[in-house]
Design a protein around this ligand. Structure first.
Ligand code: GLA
Length: 688
C-alpha cells in the first residue's frame, strides 16, 4: 500500500556547522563526570522481568529475525520454491542462522486466486509445485521456521486478488498449522470496513486454537500499517504490529519510517514489538553507509530484523551488515527495550537503548548530508558515575575507554553505534579518541583552502605517540604549518592541526574525499588507528553578470520528494519527470522545481550581489499545496516569503547576498504536512 506519511521528508540542517563540529576554541574537552540519571533499582528490574514472562505466551521474547521475500521480489515470478529453499540454505551456510535469523517467510502471491471446492487455500503450482507443506518440511529440516502471509480482508493486497482470510479464519489458520507454519503476517487490505480489533482478535483466537491441535506455536504479525494505533491495544493480540506504511528502498522512506516509529518506544517489549517494516539492506537504493544506518536504527529500535533482499545475489558488504553480531545483540537484548531519542537537534540524533547488563547502546545518527559532530555523555545515558567506562564501537568491533564523553564526527547519513558500559576493567582498554573537523571546505581548482582538524582524547587514560595525517586523492597537495604529533595527549586534551589543501589545476567541480587518520598508543602499548573521511568541494566562481541558477552547478540539493529539477517542476520520482514550471497560468522556461522541504545550495564565493526569482506553488497541484520560500546567505536568512498557497499570486523576490560564500534556497512545508508541496523558483538567477 502507499501511505501518505511516506511522503515525509529528508530534512537537513547545516547551520553553524563549523561551530558544531570543532566546538569552542581551547585545548581542554569538557570534563565528563556528571551526576548519573536514575537507573532502575534491581527490584524494579526483577519486577519488569516477571512482567515479561507473563506477557503473552513466551513467543517472540526478542524481536523476530528472519527473511521475507516482499522487498526483493514483490509479486514477480522469481518468488518461488527455489528462492525460498535457497534462502534457507544460505541462512545455514553463511552463518546467518547461527547469528539468530530463524524465520523464512512467504509474503503475498504464494496462493492461487481461487480457493478449492472445499474452501481451502491452494498454493500457486507454478511457484510452489510441491505445495507449501513440502517447503515447510525443507525449512524445518534446516532447523529453521517458516512464515506465511494473508490479509484480514476478503482479498490480499495484490491487485491479482488472492484470497484473504476474513470469514475463513478458523479454516485458514488450521490449514497453516497443518502445513507446519510458525509465523503469520496478517495484512489489512480489502477489510470491508470491519473493525480492526475484531478482525485481528478473531485470527488470534483461530491461530491459538489451530496451533493447539499441532503443538506448534505461531507468531502473529499484525500488519495494519499503524492505522488503528495497534500499539494501544494489540499487546495481547499479536507479537508485533506494523507502525507505518510500506518501506521502500530509499533513504527518504527509511528515514521517515524511523521517525514515525521512534516515538512509540514505550509500547515495545518482549512479546509485543513495534514493527517499522522489513529491511531494505542490499537492495541497491541506498549506499552502504545508509544501509548501516538503517540496520543500526532498526536494532536500537528493537525492530524485527527481516532480511528483505535476495541473499542469493547479495554482495559481501550486505552479508557484513546483516551478519553484524554486535549490532544484532543490541536488537536481541533480552531486556527488550526500544531505544529512546535523547536529542535530535539539527538532524544530529542521539538514541539510547537500555540493555540487560545495565549498559546502553547508543546510536549517533547523522540525518544531514554533511559530517556532524554528535555527542552525549555516560551520565546523560543514565550510567552510574565512574572514572571510566568501556566504549565498544559496534561497526568497528573495537573496545576503548572513555572518561564519560561519547562523541564522534559522523559522516553524512551515517551512524556510529556504541555499547557503553560500566566495567571495572575500563582502564585496560586504550583511550577513545575523537576526530573533529572545522568545516567541509570549498576550493576552486588549483587554489588552496584551509582545513582545521582536531584529535581529542576522550579516554580516562593518556594517549601516547599521537600522530595525525591528512591525505588527498591523486594530485591533491596537503601541507601543514602546525603540529601533527604529540608525545602524550592527556585525558580531555586535544591536538589541533591546521592544514592547507590544494586542489589540482584540472580538478573538475564536485565533491572529493580526503582522509584524516590518527594513530596512537595506549599506556600499555596497544596501537589504535582511527580515520574520518573529509569531504572537500571543488567549486567554480559564478560568471560575472546575471546567470540562471539552473545553469550553475549546485553544491548539494535535498528534496522532500523525488529529485530537485532544473527548468521543470518536480515530478516526484525519477530525475527528469517534471512538467513546465507554471505559475498563474504562465510557463517559465528557466528555474528550479522543488518539493518541500528542500534545500539547494550554491557556491557564490563572495562574488555575487543579488538573487532574484518568481516563486509560488506550481499550478499542477490545483488548489493543494502550501510552501514557504527562504533564501539564506551563509548563516543568515535574507529572505522569507511566509506560506504561499495556489490561491496566492506568484511572488517576485530579490535577496541581497553580497559577500556570501554560499547561498541556500530553502522551502518548508508551510507548517502543515508536505502533501502537494510543489514549489517553483521560476526564473531563479544570481547577479554576480
Ligand atoms: C501490503 C503490506 C506489504 C506487503 C504487501 C503485499 O502493502 O504492507 O508489506 O505484504 O501488502 O501485497
Amino acid at each position: 500500500m502507499r501511505h501518505r506519511s511516506l511522503r515525509t521528508a529528508r530534512h537537513r540542517v547545516i547551520g553553524g556547522l563549523a561551530a558544531a563540529l570543532l566546538g569552542t576554541a581551547g585545548l581542554t574537552l569538557p570534563a565528563a563526570a556528571q551526576p548519573a540519571a536514575a537507573r532502575p533499582a534491581p527490584s524494579e528490574q526483577t519486577a519488569r522481568a516477571a512482567e515479561t514472562t507473563l506477557s503473552g505466551d513466551g513467543l517472540a521474547l526478542t524481536p523476530p529475525m528472519g527473511f521475507n521475500n516482499w522487498n526483493s521480489t514483490h509479486c514477480r515470478a522469481e518468488f518461488n520454491e527455489a528462492m525460498v529453499k535457497g534462502i534457507a540454505d544460505l541462512f545455514v551456510s553463511k552463518g546467518l542462522k547461527d547469528a539468530g535469523y530463524t524465520y523464512v517467510n512467504l509474503d503475498d502471491c504464494w496462493a492461487l486466486p481461487q480457493r478449492d471446492a472445499n474452501g481451502k487455500l491452494v498454493a500457486d503450482s507454478a511457484r510452489f509445485p510441491n505445495g507449501i507443506k513440502a517447503v515447510a518440511d525443507y525449512i524445518h529440516s534446516k532447523g529453521l521456521k517458516i512464515g506465511i502471509y494473508t490479509s484480514a480482508g476478503t482479498k490480499t493486497c495484490n491487485t491479482a486478488g488472492f484470497p484473504g482470510a476474513l470469514g475463513h479464519e478458523r479454516s485458514d489458520a488450521q490449514q497453516f498449522a497443518d502445513w507446519g507454519i510458525d509465523y503469520l503476517k496478517y495484512d489489512n487490505c480489502n477489510n470491508q470496513g470491519v473493525d480492526a480489533k475484531q478482525r485481528y482478535r478473531t485470527m488470534r483466537d483461530a491461530l491459538k486454537a489451530a496451533s493447539e491441535t499441532t503443538g506448534r506455536p505461531i507468531v502473529y504479525s499484525i500488519c495494519e500499517w499503524g492505522q488503528n494505533k495497534p500499539w494501544e491495544w494489540a499487546a495481547d493480540v499479536g507479537q508485533l504490529w506494523r507502525t507505518t506504511g510500506d518501506i521502500s528502498d530509499s533513504w527518504g522512506s527509511m528515514l521517515s519510517i524511523a521517525k514515525e516509529n521512534l516515538p512509540l518506544a514505550p509500547y515495545a517489549g518482549p512479546g509485543h514489538w513495534n514493527d517499522p517494516d522489513m529491511l531494505e539492506v542490499g537492495n541497491g537504493g541506498m549506499t552502504d553507509t545508509e544501509y548501516r544506518s538503517h540496520f543500526s536504527l532498526w536494532s536500537v529500535m528493537a525492530a524485527p530484523l527481516l532480511i528483505g533482499t535476495d541473499l542469493r545475489k547479495a554482495d559481501a558488504s550486505t552479508y557484513q551488515i546483516l551478519g553484524n553480531r554486535d549490532v544484532i545483540a543490541v536488537d536481541q537484548d533480552p531486556l527488550g527495550k526500544q531505544g529512546t531519542v535523547l536529542s535530535s537537534e539539527g538532524g544530529r540524533w542521539v538514541i539510547s537503548k537500555e540493555l540487560a547488563d545495565g549498559g546502553r547502546a547508543v546510536a549517533l545518527f547523522n540525518e544531514t548530508d554533511q559530517p556532524q559532530r554528535i555527542a552525549t555523555t555516560a551520565a546523560r545515558l543514565g550510567l552510574p558515575p565512574a572514572d571510566g567506562y568501556r566504549l565498544r564501537d559496534l561497526w568497528q568491533h573495537q573496545d576503548h575507554n572513555t572518561a564519560g564523553s561519547v562523541a564522534a564526527t559522523v559522516p553524512a547519513h551515517g551512524t556510529v553505534l556504541y555499547r557503553v558500559s560500566a566495567d571495572k576493567r575500563w582502564a585496560s582498554y586504550p583511550p577513545a579518541a575523537e576526530l573533529r573537523l572545522g568545516a567541509s571546505p570549498f576550493t576552486e581548482a588549483g587554489t588552496t583552502a584551509p582545513v582545521e582538524t582536531a584529535l581529542g582524547n576522550l579516554g580516562g587514560t593518556p594517549a601516547h605517540q599521537v600522530r595525525v595525517r591528512l591525505t588527498g586523492p591523486d594530485g591533491w597537495r596537503v601541507r601543514t604549518t602546525s603540529p601533527t604529533q604529540a608525545a602524550t595527549l592527556p585525558t580531555g586534551s586535544r591536538l589541533a592541526t591546521r592544514w592547507q589543501v590544494t586542489a589540482p589545476q584540472d580538478a573538475t567541480p564536485g565533491a572529493y574525499e580526503l582522509t584524516l587518520r590518527a594513530d596512537y598508543r595506549s599506556a600499555r602499548g596497544g596501537e589504535v588507528s582511527t580515520g574520518l573521511p573529509i569531504p572537500v568541494h571543488v567549486v567554480v566562481a559564478p560568471p560575472t553578470g546575471a546567470t540562471y541558477a539552473s545553469d550553475l552547478p549546485w553544491l548539494n540539493a535535498v528534496n522532500g520528494w523525488g529529485p530537485v529539477e532544473k527548468d521543470t517542476s518536480v515530478g516526484e520520482n525519477a530525475a527528469g519527470d517534471g512538467h513546465p514550471l507554471t505559475l498563474d497560468g504562465t510557463a517559465h522556461a528557466k528555474g528550479l522545481g522543488v518539493h518541500a522541504p528542500s534545500e539547494v545550495t550554491y557556491y557564490t564565493g563572495g562574488h555575487c550581489t543579488a538573487f532574484t526569482a518568481k516563486v509560488g506553488v506550481d499550478d499542477e497541484e490545483g488548489t493543494a499545496g502550501t510552501v514557504a520560500f527562504e533564501v539564506w546567505a551563509d548563516g543568515a536568512k535574507v529572505l522569507s516569503t511566509g506560506t504561499l498557497t495556489n490561491a496566492d499570486p506568484a511572488k517576485t523576490v530579490t535577496a541581497a547576498v553580497d559577500g556570501a560564500t554560499t547561498v541556500r534556497l530553502v522551502t518548508t512545508d508551510g507548517g502543515d504536512d508536505i502533501t502537494s508541496d510543489h514549489g517553483d523558483w521560476a526564473d531563479a538567477a544570481f547577479t554576480c
